[in-house]
Ligand binder design. Structure first.
Ligand code: ATP
Ligand code: MG
Length: 406
């Protein structure tokens, strides 16, 4: 059955403009895959037999950007839409297991499709010529499976990042693996050591934030790929169904990362994230969540106030979400935290009804004793929120200060 994809007018203009100079151009990759799945693509990539300089010449009336001119990619801005146009190419030898040493431009579309990693991303489409699918990507889309173009071992050895791209696509699309592809990923996992850690963590983050992380993580674990990228985690994993909770949690990186690492002590979780070169904020927040979930709050407003004091509202909300997803606290905790935030907004010294200046005015000198007094007041307010009023706090401050100087 022939396939029709509705292309945006800018894409049609791009294809027609190249045609006026005798070149053919096709949409290719993720946008074809997503269109066939009935999803609007987030961007449109094109592939053409025009050389990069010819592409630029053809679009001289438009703004163009040399995105990756050496690899044949030029971006063109047409009516506020940025399109990436890449010359048909084949890849040379891969000696570093990540990037080809050289790329060669070709005039053959099939050669270009053959260099792509997975069948579902190795289809091209042309408004008159229809779908070009030499590797049966459409069938794999129907069967909902990730399959390498060609021999998996060869393809994963060329570029080991493809191993993680496979798990990431599986998580984003909710697809299974073709058996040979999964075996290939397993057999080539040692090559992940050749990949820049930043690329590994970026794929891992995208996997975690996807719609179906659990099954993909399970497959990563069983194929020992998880062990290759996060050995400390793989070694500490408890029994089955550890990952299931991730599918039922908000798609937030701190929450999902903490759920992923919840079997590790906070320090170990932090070290793993540091090794993977995650940014300082992510490491800090995830460690904080891991620390908190070791001693979950009780379902009381008091515990919620102290949680807010220790973490602030955003991280406290993440802690609650992690505990809810992990079924360690009732869902009521979510509302309880929000109510606490609305009704008792004081959980830091700066939120107290008195300030250091107020204390100075009643004769408390601005030294370390004032710090002790303010902390005492905050603790009292966290225990009894109704005492957060000026008169009561000033009385308490005097009493506390006197007890300190006696
Ligand atoms: P997404 O929706 O994540 O953008 P995508 O399929 O468009 O998915 P990209 O990473 O944007 O993926 O790459 C565009 C296309 O380029 C892919 O569909 C694939 O054909 C090809 N490609 C990208 N990276 C590789 C790689 N490492 N090895 C082989 N082919 C690749
Ligand atoms: Mg893309």
């Amino acid at each position: 059955m022939s396939v029709t994809i509705t292309l945006p007018p800018q894409v049609l203009r791009c294809i027609n403009t190249l045609k006026t100079t005798g070149h053919s151009a096709y949409v290719v990759g993720g946008c074809v895959r997503d269109s066939l799945r009935g999803i609007t693509p987030h961007d449109w990539d094109l592939t053409t037999d025009a050389l990069p300089e010819e592409i630029k010449e053809c679009f001289h009336a438009y703004k163009t950007i040399d995105t990756g001119i050496r690899h044949g990619t030029v971006s063109v801005l047409i009516d506020h839409m940025q399109l990436e146009i890449t010359t048909f190419r084949t890849d040379g030898e891969y000696t570093d297991h990540r990037r080809p040493d050289n790329v060669f431009f070709t005039s053959n579309l099939e050669d270009d499709l053959a260099r792509r990693d997975f069948t579902i991303g190795a289809m091209a489409y042309h408004p008159q010529k229809g779908l070009i699918d030499p590797f049966c990507g459409q069938e794999d889309l129907k069967k909902r499976r990730i399959r390498c173009v060609g021999d998996p071992i060869k393809r994963f050895s060329e570029d080991a990042l493809r191993i993680l791209r496979a798990f990431r696509f599986s998580a984003q699309l909710g697809f299974d693996f073709d058996a040979a592809t999964l075996n290939g990923a397993k057999d080539c996992r040692h090559l992940l050591g050749k990949i820049a850690v930043e690329r590994i963590s970026s794929e891992l983050s995208r996997l975690l934030l996807s719609g179906n992380p659990a099954k993909a993580l399970e497959a990563m674990h069983h194929s020992n790929v998880l062990e290759a990228v996060a050995p400390a985690l793989a070694a500490a994993l408890p029994a089955d169904r550890y990952f299931t909770v991730l599918d039922h949690s908000p798609a937030d990186i701190y929450i999902r990362m903490a759920l992923l690492l919840r079997c590790l002590p906070p320090e170990k979780g932090g070290s793993l994230l540091r090794e993977l070169k995650f940014d300082g904020q992510t490491i800090h927040k995830v460690k904080k969540i891991l620390t908190e979930i070791a001693h979950p709050p009780a379902l009381t407003a008091r515990d919620m106030r102290f949680l807010l004091h220790r973490c602030g509202p955003k991280t406290a909300a993440s802690v609650i979400e992690v505990l809810i997803a992990d079924r360690r606290i009732d869902r009521l905790a979510r509302d309880m935290l929000q109510n606490t935030i609305s009704f008792h907004p004081c959980y830091q010294i700066k939120d107290l009804a008195v300030s250091g200046t107020d204390l100075k005015k009643i004769g408390i000198p601005a030294n370390d004793k004032m710090g002790v007094v303010l902390k005492y007041l905050l603790n009292a307010v966290l225990e009894y929120p109704s005492c957060n009023n000026r008169d009561q706090l000033l009385d308490m401050a005097v009493q506390k200060y006197n007890s300190l100087v006696q």
